[in-house]
Every structure is written in C-alpha cells, then in structure tokens.
Design a protein around this ligand. Structure first.
Ligand code: SF4
Length: 93
C-alpha cells in the first residue's frame, strides 16, 4: 500500500488543506492539538494512513510524497514523520 510522508516544503508554511481532506485523521498535529500553533510542520502517521492520496493532491506546497518516491535530499523525512508519532506516544517506539 502506498504510504505518504510530509517533507520540508511544509516547514513554517503549514498549509492545512491536508487536514481537511484526510479521512482517517492521520495528519498531526491537527487543529485540536495543543502543539498545533507552535509546530513547524505537519506529519503523517504511517500506521493510520490508508494511502488514499487525498493529502498529496490537496497540498499546495507540494510537501507530501509517496514514501517510496521521496527524493534523496528529503529521504530523512520518512523517519522524521515516524519519530514525531513515537515521541508523542501515539505509536510504539
Ligand atoms: S494518504 Fe489519505 S489517509 Fe494517508 S495521510 Fe493522506 S489523506 Fe490521510
């Protein structure tokens, strides 16, 4: 299954179209999260994402990539997305 990752183009921009279209609340921090205002970027929970691609199509910053097609300079963002959820205690480390 395709799995998506949010990379550097999201940083400091944090366009929120993706939050509006995700059917499974896989993108965080969402607007209800205490850290939404201070977060530098958004992240996709690989364990929740169903790979529908809606966020990929909605992102005006072109910050969302198929995990398998991340450009080499952005490869670290696959782990960065995962670490966000591990640090937040949302998935096992
Ligand atoms: S691919 Fe679909 S399910 Fe996965 S984060 Fe994007 S909108 Fe949500």
């Amino acid at each position: 299954m395709t799995n998506y990752v949010i990379a550097e183009p999201c940083s400091s921009r944090k366009d929120t179209n993706c939050l509006d279209v995700c059917p499974v609340d896989a993108i965080h921090p969402n607007r209800d999260s205490p850290d939404f205002a201070t977060a530098d970027k958004l992240h996709i929970n690989a364990q929740t994402c169903i790979g529908c691609g809606s966020c990929f199509r909605a992102c005006v910053a072109k910050a969302i990539f198929d995990r398998a097609e991340l450009p080499a300079p952005l490869a670290g963002y696959a782990q960065e997305n995962s670490l966000y959820f591990q640090a937040a205690g949302r998935v096992p480390a």
